[in-house]
Ligand binder design. Structure first.
Ligand code: PEP
Length: 250
């Protein structure tokens, strides 16, 4: 299994001055230069190039987008292709985040198309899946995760992706999933990956996302089948984000 991945999802935050300042403090951090954890940031589209410039050519912090279109180009006003993200130096692209599923009506089939485009452009899609509170209360969490995963995978399958388990009720609420919830969800997703890829499904990293903070990071990142974190709010503060990365580095 490769290094743990700590990916920051800046969402629609980070005007240029803020984005540059955040990039500067991350680039200077020793943990970002170590080899025990991989750090990535996913700024809004407008800040990707300025952040890339600040991170420098030998960048220790990888870059990602927060979405891409399924088509390689053409008449899609306001959209960004996977190849455009690759041009900017991105390695990752977050796909199927619950905010996009909810606010933009993205379906798992849409996510699968985008993931295929990302792989074609040489990007690693970070595919997000997660149940709502109502689905969890109805005892359907694992069933929902299984269905979302199966329908969100690109035609090529699960090879080359990163998966993120992001319970919708834990995102931005300050209420992270419990270790038992995480163990059960990641174990089920790992079993799905193993059935597809063999080798225990270990070739795909499974991140946990949902209210990861410096004070709960070590407990979450130390769980079996947790290979990193997708971090929203805490990724906007360099000290918090780096503390989470240090927890992953052990
Ligand atoms: C996210 O939006 O991917 C996320 C995990 O947000 P937060 O860390 O703020 O819960």
């Amino acid at each position: 299994m490769s290094r743990q991945l700590i990916a920051g999802n800046w969402k629609m935050n980070g005007r240029l001055a803020e984005a540059r300042a955040l990039a500067d403090s991350l680039a200077a951090a020793p943990v970002a230069r170590g080899d025990t954890v991989e750090i990535a940031v996913c700024p809004p589209f407008t800040a990707i190039h300025p952040v890339a410039e600040r991170l420098g050519g030998d960048r220790a912090v990888a870059l990602g987008g927060q979405d891409c279109h399924a088509a390689p180009g053409g008449a899609h006003t306001g959209d960004i292709s996977a190849a455009m993200l690759a041009d900017l130096g991105c390695r990752y692209v977050i796909l199927g985040h619950s905010e996009r599923r909810q606010e933009h009506g993205e379906t798992s089939a849409d996510v699968a198309g985008k993931a295929g485009a990302a792989l074609d452009a040489g990007l690693v899609p970070i595919i997000c899946v997660g149940e709502t509170q109502a689905e969890r209360d109805a005892g359907r969490a694992l069933e929902v995760l299984h269905a979302q995963l199966e329908a969100s995978l690109p035609e090529a399958g699960a090879a080359g992706i990163v998966l993120a388990y992001e319970p919708v009720w834990a995102i931005g609420t300050g209420r992270a999933a419990t270790p038992d919830d995480i163990r059960s969800a990641h174990g089920a997703l790992r079993a799905d990956l193993a059935a597809r890829l063999g080798n225990g499904g270990r070739s795909v990293r499974i991140l946990y996302g949902g209210s990861v903070k410096p004070d709960n990071a070590a407990g979450i990142l130390g769980l079996d089948d947790v290979d990193g974190a997708l971090v929203g709010g805490a990724s906007l503060d360099s000290e918090s984000f780096l503390a989470i990365a240090r927890a992953a580095a052990g």
